[in-house]
Every structure is written in C-alpha cells, then in structure tokens.
Write a protein that binds this ligand. Structure first.
Ligand code: BGC
Length: 731
C-alpha cells in the first residue's frame, strides 16, 4: 500500500496537514477550492477539472458519486456538501421536519433547538450532506418581508440564546465528532432591515444600530463555536456586505475572534454587478470580495475563470487566495473528510432518517411552540371556550389550512420556493394535519366532526362557504383553520398586505353569523393583521408552521390534553400601516403613533395565554444602589393560581432611564421557563452583571452610564403585565 502523505495522515495536526496539502497544490487548484457550485449543473465536469471545492442542492447517491470522483482526481481533495436544512432535513423525503424557526422560537426553549439540530445533523450525514446553512440570526423588523418565518423573531438576546443552542445541536462538542455537521450563521448582517419589507433592499443602518441590535446575535454564534458564516445580500450605507471588509474581517475576525470560514450567499459576487450595479463587470468584484473576507463563493459561475484572470492582472492577491483556501481546507480536514469519517452509510438512511427516535421530539416541539392568543367565554357560557368542553357532541372543522401539509411544514421543505429539489413531497402518513389530529381525538370522545375546506387562500372563490356555514350552524363549536400558504412566504414572496387572503375572511364572517362559538387556528408563516379575528373569535391559537406533528399538537391543545405555554417572539400589528410594532421602540416626541390610531400592537412580544393563570408578586431587588462593577439580583414570586399545572415564561426587561444617546424603553435581558403545579409558588431570581447595564454609546462602543435603571419582570412585554422596580448605579 502506498505510504500516506502528511496531509492524508490523521495522526498529524490539522495545521500540519493543511500546510502540507497547500504546498502540493497549484494556484488553479487553490482557486477551485473557493468555488461552491450548484450540484444540479455540470457537477462531474467541474470535479474532473478540479474547479470546485463544494456543492449545494444535491443530495444522496449523487454526492457519493461526486465524492468518489474527487478523491480519484489530482490530490484527491474531498468535496464538502451544503444544504439548507433549516428546520429539519426538509428536502429529503421522509426526513423529520420540525416547526419553523419562528414557530419554535415561541417555545423560548433552547433545549428543543439543540435537539432539532442534533436530529437534523444525523439525518443529513447519512444522505451525504456535511454543512447546513442554518441558523438564521436576522431580526424581524418589517413584517411584509417574505423571510420573517425563517427568523427567531424580533429580540436580539433571545435570538442569540436560541441560535447558540441550534449551533450546539448541529456541531455537537466538535465538528470532528462523527454525528456533527457544520453550522452556518446567516445572513451577515442587517439583511432583515429591508426597505418596505422588500427582500435584499438596501439596509439603512448606522454602525450604532448594527452594533446595538443586529450584530449581537452573530457575536453569540462565534462564542458558541459556529464554524461558518454566510454573507448577506444587501448593501449597508451603500456598501455591499460581500465586499465589506470591516464587517467580514475587522469585526468578525478581529473583534470577535472568529476562526471559521465565510461563504457568500447565492451569487452575491455576480449580483454586485448584475443587480447592485456596483462594478462594471463580475470580474471586477472578485478581488474585493475575497479581500473582504469571503472564503467560498456560492454559485457565481464566472468566479473561477475571473479569479484566475484577476490574479494575473493583479486585482486579486495570491495571498488572499491562499488565506481563503487554507481556511476551507483546514475545515475539510478537521471535519474528517480526508479520513473517510464522513462517508455516509447511504444504505443506513432508511433506518436513520425519520426514525422513531428522531420523530419522538416532534410532538413536544410543536406543543411548546403553540401560542394561545385569546380564550374567552362564548355568549351564555360560564367557562372559557378552550379547552373544548366534554359536552361537545358535534364539531365543524373548516378552513383551507386544516388539511394542507405544505402550509403546515412551511418554507424550506417540499413545495417551497426551492422547488426543483422537489421529489414529490413528504409521505402523507408522516404528517398529522389538524384534520388528522381532531378526527383522532374526536373519535375517542364520540364527537362527530364535519370537515369542509370551504375556501382557498389564494383565490376569491366563495362558492363553498355557504355549505361551511351550514355545518357550523349545526355544530356545537366551529374550529376554523386559516393563515397563509407557501406562495406568500420566503424569498421573493414579500407581501404588500398582511391580510387573511382569498375566501378566508368571508368564511370567518359567515361562521360568525351562525352564532356558533368560533375557535380560530392560525397556520401561517408570520404575524398577519387580524383585528377582526381578535375581536370576533372566542379563542385564537397561533401555531405558525408547526412541523410534522403540528396537527396532533393543536388537537391536544383544543381538547385540553396539553396546556399551551408558548409566548410570541414577534409582535402582531393591528394594521399594516401601524408598523413597526416590535417592542424595542425608541420613544418619540409626539405620542409615537399614527393619527387616530393606537401604537400598541394587537398582540405583543412575550405574550401568550395558558389554561391556568399565574400571579406575579413581590419584585425585589438585592439593592437600591450599586457601585460600578457590581451585580444586582432581582427576585419575583410567581404563583400558579389556576386549575392545572403549566409552564410559564418569566421575562425580565431593563430600562436605562436616562442615557446620553437614545435607547429603547425595554430590552429583554433574561428569562426563565418555570414549571408550576396547580397552587405552587416559586421565587424566580435573575442576576444582572455590569455588562448587562451597557448600551452602545458615542464612538459605537459599549458604555455604562451611572444613574437610574428600571427592572421590569412579568409575563409579557406589555406594561400591564410587568412589575417594576428601580435602582441607581452610582458614579
Ligand atoms: C438564501 C440563503 C440560502 C442560499 C442557498 C439564498 O438565496 O438567501 O439563505 O442559504 O440561497 O440555498
């Protein structure tokens, strides 16, 4: 057997192996390692010609074929395969598809994110994939933006906590662990600060705003050890992120100490020429993009030839190419690609993907994500409408999202924008829709269920609504499942309205007219403007896109087998023009509202009901004055005052009362999920350290200013749900 060369020797250090490999490579081969290509186009040829280091959007057996070819070509450098496995390995038929990021964020439970990451990693690996373009750390701002559902909501602190957990889930203790994949923090940075909610429009961000809200979640990903970052599409203050060296190198590597590698987003380099008109040619963008700090170029087909010609011309430096190539190769080595640790046991995929163990957390993730927004007593009733009373004998289940597997699974799964990866959808029996879940629960309780889809989300046809109203009139309760569909969400699907479209409002009004108690279930990618629903429904359940067992979870909640515990991570506007309604507002001078309209969101960040109730009492601080450098503790008594056990999410917000630069009146600093039996009381304690009192001050640096601070603790970000206490930070 031929002796191993140093770069092939797993006993040597990653540095030593990388160095040895680099010394054997031609400049062309090095440039090839920076290329990430679309695996659906000319893949074999590119591998044979050593013009590619990575592919995306290719899965299963074809990845193995390409890998084998790569290993027989030249120095045998393996390929790294990436995929958007965003809330499960959604593009592999039969994989375990979890609630979307936005849905799952409403659990405020990092443990669930870690589980999702781990399951996804295992399912990816046995289908040939190594690297997921997840998590998304963008902050929700304008709700018209198509990608709101991909985010963890609107709060930087919570996004950091949940994102770090997802990274831990994907990467495990180390990326050389055989069960780990590489995570990718995206889209770096400020991508969600769109103008008018229009995707990838220029972000109007100052450095201070970036550092105050948009960058902190990304910094948390570096602390969590996330090994790759993806560059955002848009420009900030005129400069495209892809050529922003300050962002990709000075901040990311210099300030935060990131040692991973950076990939551009899809054709970022090409688009600086074709869309953003920043360069007269694609060639001209190549040097600045690599120099800025990108190590791998996602799908800019012109890149390889352009890079070589630009090196020749001197606009792309060989040193920059060396550096980027070294980062890519050292990750391939550390990940184990050269040591065959990553050969996927494809024949094992059927055992691993969608296994019982992997599906086990599906119900729990959906249950903890669901938010109860309203629960009133129906006219003439003494009890709240939910959970449904045991006296109910007849239920009308209506609406276009009651039995729609695609809406339920959401974006980045079959049926979504990336449709050419569609192989016919996930097997139907793996998905429990609301119709499936309700039918099952009703059967065991001898309740009759009449189902009628009644209308469409995208067409205005109302011909079936009369029939639906008849069913509602004959029932003891009507459960109407409405929301949005895939055509209204994701990239290139920004909206100009946030209504319940098509026949949905006519359906709801017709059901209301019957006088039958009305429960509205929302299956949607993001907050919609639903003032009519808020006023007229007796109960509202918000499920967002709740994953494969979402229907079962919703049914458990409807029938009271489970107690809802989710809280919103994104605020709902009452009207589209009322935006922005995210809770971290800076106070304005003139009432901060539009003429004749409230500035309050319809449903606020942190809000969510339960089948039990909680009281908050005795907010106490460890001191009324502290010295610089000291910590302070806040404690509060929380009691379960209702009729059943539940989990409450106790939230702590801080207000630095007077600041030399404007700051929001509330910033989430801590939270705790506490389980309380009926009648149980607990004391929840939070400690804030000196760093928690800082804000981004003059010169864009964190400052701590002495003076008054207000701590607010309660069940949501609404003033009426918060207890407040003040302390002073002494000079
Ligand atoms: C999206 C990214 C995604 C990439 C690869 C881009 O269009 O913005 O979020 O990871 O495509 O699919």
């Amino acid at each position: 057997m031929a002796e191993k060369l140093p770069y092939q020797d797993p006993e040597l250090s990653v540095e030593r192996r990388t160095q040895d490999l680099m010394a054997r490579m031609s400049l062309e081969e090095k440039v090839g390692q920076l290329v990430q290509a679309d695996g659906r186009k000319d893949a074999l040829l590119q591998v044979r010609e050593k013009r590619v280091g990575s592919f995306l959007h290719i899965l299963g057996a074809p990845t193995l074929e390409l890998q084998k070819l790569a290993e027989k070509t030249g120095l045998g450098i393996p390929l790294i395969f990436g995929i958007d496995a965003i809330h499960g390995h959604g593009f592999w038929q039969g994989a375990t598809v979890f609630p979307t990021q936005l849905a799952l964020s409403c659990s405020w439970n990092p443990e669930l994110l870690e589980i999702m990451g781990h399951v996804t990693a295992r399912e990816m690996l046995c289908t040939g994939l190594h690297w997921t373009f997840s998590p998304v750390l963008c902050l929700t701002r304008d709700l018209r933006w198509g990608r709101v559902g991909e985010t963890f909501g609107e709060d930087p602190y919570l996004i950091g906590v949940l994102g770090a957990a997802l990274v831990r889930g994907y990467q495990g203790k180390s990326i050389s662990d055989p069960d780990s994949v590489i995570a990718c923090a995206k889209h770096f940075a400020g991508y969600s600060e769109t103008v008018g909610g229009r995707d990838a429009s220029e972000a109007d961000l100052s450095e201070r705003k970036l550092r105050s809200y948009f960058l902190p979640p990304f910094e948390e990903m570096v602390k969590a050890g996330c090994r790759s970052f993806m560059t955002g599409y848009q420009c900030i203050d005129g400069l495209a992120c892809v050529v922003n060296r300050w962002l990709l190198t000075d901040v990311l590597r210099g300030e935060w100490g990131f040692t991973g590698f950076v990939v551009t987003d899809w054709n970022n380099v090409g688009r600086t020429h074709t869309e953003q008109a920043l360069y007269p040619s694609i060639e001209a963008a190549v040097g600045p993009s690599i120099h800025a700090g990108n190590d791998m170029i996602m799908v800019t087909p012109e890149f390889y030839a352009a890079a070589l010609s630009q090196i020749e011309k001197g606009t792309l430096s060989k040193d920059d190419v060396e550096l980027a190539c070294r980062r890519v190769l050292s990750h391939k080595i550390e990940f184990g690609l050269f040591d065959h640790k990553r050969y996927p046991p494809l024949q094992k995929a059927p055992e691993i993907v969608g296994s019982a163990a992997h599906r086990e957390p599906l119900l729990r993730t959906a249950l903890e994500s669901i938010v109860l927004l309203k629960n009133e007593k129906a006219a003439g009733q003494s009890k709240r409408i939910l959970p449904l009373s045991s006296n109910i004998r007849h239920l009308a289940l209506l609406g276009p999202n009651a039995d729609d597997t695609l809406s339920q699974l959401g974006d980045w799964s079959f049926g979504s924008g990336q449709a050419s990866l569609n192989t016919g959808g996930h097997p139907r029996h793996l998905v429990s829709t609301v119709r499936d879940g309700v039918r099952e629960k009703a059967r065991t309780r001898a309740i009759g269920v009449d189902y009628e889809r009644a209308c469409d989300v995208m067409s205005n046809d109302t011909s079936q609504i009369a029939r639906a109203a008849e069913l509602a009139a004959a029932a003891d309760v009507a459960v109407v499942v409405v929301g949005d569909v895939l055509d209204q969400t994701g990239e290139t699907c920004d909206r100009y309205e946030l209504d319940l479209t098509g026949g949905q409002m006519p359906l709801l009004r017709a059901v209301k007219k019957t006088g039958t108690p009305l429960v509205v279930v929302l299956i949607n990618s993001k907050p919609l403007c639903i003032p009519w629903v808020a006023e007229n429904a007796d109960a509202i359940i918000e499920a967002f896109n709740p994953g494969m067992l979402g229907g079962e979870a919703i049914a458990e909640i409807l029938f009271g087998e489970a107690n809802p515990m989710g809280k919103l991570t994104v605020s709902f506007p009452a009207s589209i023009g009322q935006q922005p309604v995210y809770y971290q507002q800076i106070p304005g001078w003139h009432g901060n509202k539009h003429t004749g309209y409230t500035s309050k969101p319809l449903f606020a960040f942190g809000y969510g009901l339960s089948y039990t109730t909680y009281s908050y009492d005795k907010l106490e601080l460890s001191a009324t004055q502290i010295n610089p450098g000291e910590s302070i503790t806040a404690s509060v008594t929380v009691r379960n005052t209702g009729g059943r056990a539940g989990t409450e999410i106790v939230q702590l917000y801080l207000n630095d009362v007077f600041t030399s630069l404007s700051t929001p009146e509330k910033t989430l600093k801590r939270y705790q999920r506490v389980h309380l039996e009926r009648g149980e009381t607990t004391t929840v304690r939070f400690e804030l350290g000196p760093g928690d009192l800082s804000f981004i001050g003059q010169g864009n640096r964190p400052v701590i200013e002495p003076g008054e601070f207000e701590i607010m603790v309660g069940s949501s970000s609404r003033d009426e749900d918060l207890l407040k206490a003040r302390f002073t930070l002494l000079e």
